[in-house]
Design a protein around this ligand. Sequence first.
Ligand code: ZN
Length: 489
Amino acid sequence: MDELRARLAEVAALERTSALLAWDQEVCMPRQGSPGRAELRATIGRLAHERFVDDRIGELLDGAQPRDELEADLVRIARRDYDKARRVPADLVAEMTRVAAAAHTAWIQAHADSDFGAFAPHLERNVELRRRYSACFPEADHPYDPLLDDFEPGMTTADVRATFERLRDGLVALVARAPRVDGSLVHAAFPEDGQRRLTATVLRAVGAREEDGWRLDIAVHPFATALAPGDVRLTTRYEDTGIDSLFSSLHEFGHGLYEAQVDPALARTPLAGGASSAWHESQSRLWENMVGRSAGFWRWCHPHLQDALPDAFAGARWEDVHRAVNAVRPSLIRVSADEVTYGLHIVLRFELELALLEEEIEVADLPAAWNERMRDYLDVEVPDDAHGVLQDVHWAEGLFGYFPTYALGNVIGGQLWARVNADLPDVDERLAAGDFAALRAWLAENVHRHGRRLLPAELLECTVGGPLDPAALLTYLGDKLDASAALMP
Ligand code: ZN
């Protein structure tokens, strides 16, 4: 066990080093450093992989005699990761990386030109390589299962399909009955220094304090990373219009808090981190939406908003802001979608990924299939591929099986929020009083401390006492729409 733990700690250290290189690249690195940085990251990534799939780790896992429950979980999870990593030939991994890098470059130009035809051959290569990757796991029921499993260990395509059918039907019905709310109050032009002050005030209040090891920096694509206990780094960006900087900061805070509250006994093991992509997203979305768009939060935040952005909000009531940040409006772009329509953007992507993997549709048919679903689910006409099928970078990077985790995170977040409200019935009053500590403690106790010790489905069973179920999310969203409709002038 000691040798196994030492070797796994080495792999974990290389992975955190890789995360630090990525953080630095996004936050401080001069643009000219990018070829050199790609070299560094590839080297560290390769070393981490080689160290992990080493025969010796397999021998140590075979002979491991865990001395406590933590070590039993360590062996169980490491065994699972190890077996999966060993099944994929190194040259396939290298080819996927190489093809994805070329596809990424082609996507940037194709997106700028709104030219799907220029991107299609690259996407075909990515899809073909992902099929080959799946074929390394011939026991899978569905070719999509091994891809999904990389982000949601143990989850199957059948689970997601069943969940998403109910989610899709529920969301389509909610969009149809959503009141037409004018959200322009929060989409005006706001000075950057005011946005900065607002973000700083809110992050401090929710618990991201510099003296406790948190940082906030600027990045083009906001993200969060935790390098070690006591070193949690958030990023955000300030745009000329809207207060997305606030919501994106709360989102990244949710990711950071998850990592920060993992049991310190798991540090330097592969269990130090979130249970899965969807679990991570459940935490970010919970802070961004369930907290950040709640009535309680805005009762507390309103004077700070007025203080930071007096020109725009001096004459507004908290109720006006609360209603505006919850406006539902079907739109073209996923990343700027509201809380209700967001899930439909994801369901659409999942259905198309599945159809590609199942060879139900060809890459060339994607734009038409995309546009048709946008019409069916959101009643939106797609003007060009840049605002449609080309809008996201994920498929260019070869990421298949990742999109569903965004919506699964919302589904889990809905289930957690129902539990939070049962355990802390005065949570809205607490938020209104600027008291975020009870919620942080609830999340630490019920979710965060476990790190990766449990598989996603086990953690859900342990936390909410049941399987994945979109009902709680749909009820939460429906209640919000009803409250908003009742307040319509
Ligand atoms: Zn996120």
